[in-house]
Write a protein that binds this ligand. Structure first.
Ligand code: AMP
Ligand code: MN
Ligand code: MN
Ligand code: MN
Length: 303
């Protein structure tokens, strides 16, 4: 199999997008709309990776089956590693996995407590009804800082999402509530116990020193992690190249995903990712791709 993630005339390889969100977390499209849009954009293999929840997978899978497209069951797990929030994507998970669902449920309880606490802290800054507003904008079970940011924009407290994070929701700002998400070991363990592969999401986003990145990757490998998301819609081209090199040097599999949250972010669409560099081994190397796409795909037996 070719190791590119974009199809070309001389290659039958498929277009992969292995990191996307629906309104079950902080995206704005329904799972069905997301899959339909991905297909129209030329994506052949799509992973739905909502934050700390898998509620959108069944709908996404049913839509993908009707469109003859492959849907990879995924999740993006919030992790606290050395005091930093890091995101670990799980791909090809069995969403019935007990340990995984128990773990995600615990994270959602923390999320809910945190959402109320964010509301309380914003109220001290004379912002009324933030929790209720964020809850109203959230269409699934989880309330994310993204929903608070949308509320702050909607109510005119800030001009845009970036400013909402910069002024209120980012680390060290009045509406930021520190706390403990999953440990790295837990997140990777839950993914593996559900038959999935663990991927460090968008490594350039953490703004770590070179040494600290290697410590994160080293700890991740010790926990059983296999892949790095070297191509991300939230990376610069230089970051893509840098992490492709690191993944190749360190013998990690390489993943690629847009981190699509909805059509509002027009600069980051589905299926528009650059190809994986030739020296990367794709995370999908051993995935079984042949045969009809069915809604019955389960971890470890994709065809
Ligand atoms: P949470 O998991 O609730 O803490 O929210 C994290 C989410 O907020 C991320 O997944 C992003 O979608 C979003 N986010 C974080 N930082 C920013 C930012 N500076 N601008 C816009 N969205 C952001
Ligand atoms: Mn998000
Ligand atoms: Mn993320
Ligand atoms: Mn994401």
């Amino acid at each position: 199999m070719s190791n590119t993630n974009t199809p070309s005339a001389d290659s039958p390889s498929r277009c992969f997008d292995l990191h996307t969100h629906s309104l079950q977390s902080d995206g704005t499209l329904t799972p069905a709309e997301l899959v339909t849009r991905a297909q129209a954009a030329g994506v052949d293999v799509l992973a739905l990776t909502d934050h700390d929840v898998t509620d959108g997978i069944a709908e996404a899978r049913a839509t993908a089956a009707s469109l003859d497209m492959r849907l990879i069951a995924g999740v993006e797990i919030s992790v606290t590693w050395q005091g930093l929030t890091v995101h670990i994507v799980g791909l090809n998970i069995d969403i019935a996995g007990h340990a995984l669902q128990q773990g995600l449920s615990r994270l959602r309880e923390f999320r809910q407590w945190r959402a109320v606490e964010i509301g309380r802290r914003l109220q001290k800054k004379r912002i009324e009804g933030a929790y209720e507003g964020a809850r109203r904008l959230a269409k699934g079970t989880i309330v994310s800082r993204t929903h608070f940011a949308r509320f702050l924009v909607e109510q005119g407290y800030v001009r845009g999402m970036q400013q909402a994070f910069k002024q209120f929701l980012g680390s060290g700002k009045p509406g930021h509530v520190p706390g403990q998400w999953a440990t790295l070991d837990e997140a990777v363990g839950w993914i593996r116990s559900a038959g999935g592969q663990a991927v460090v999401a968008h490594p350039a986003r953490y703004k770590l020193s070179a040494g600290k990145v290697l410590r994160l990757f080293g700890d991740f490998r010790e926990c059983g992690g296999e892949a790095i998301e070297v191509i991300s819609g939230s990376h610069t081209p230089e970051a893509n190249r840098h992490f492709a090199r690191v993944a190749a040097e360190q013998d990690f599999l390489a993943s690629a995903g847009s981190d699509y949250h909805g059509p509002e972010k027009t600069w980051m669409d589905l299926g528009r990712l650059p190809a994986l560099p030739e020296d990367c081994v794709p995370v999908w190397r051993d995935w079984k791709m042949a045969g009809p796409v069915t809604s019955q795909a389960v971890a470890g037996s994709l065809s």
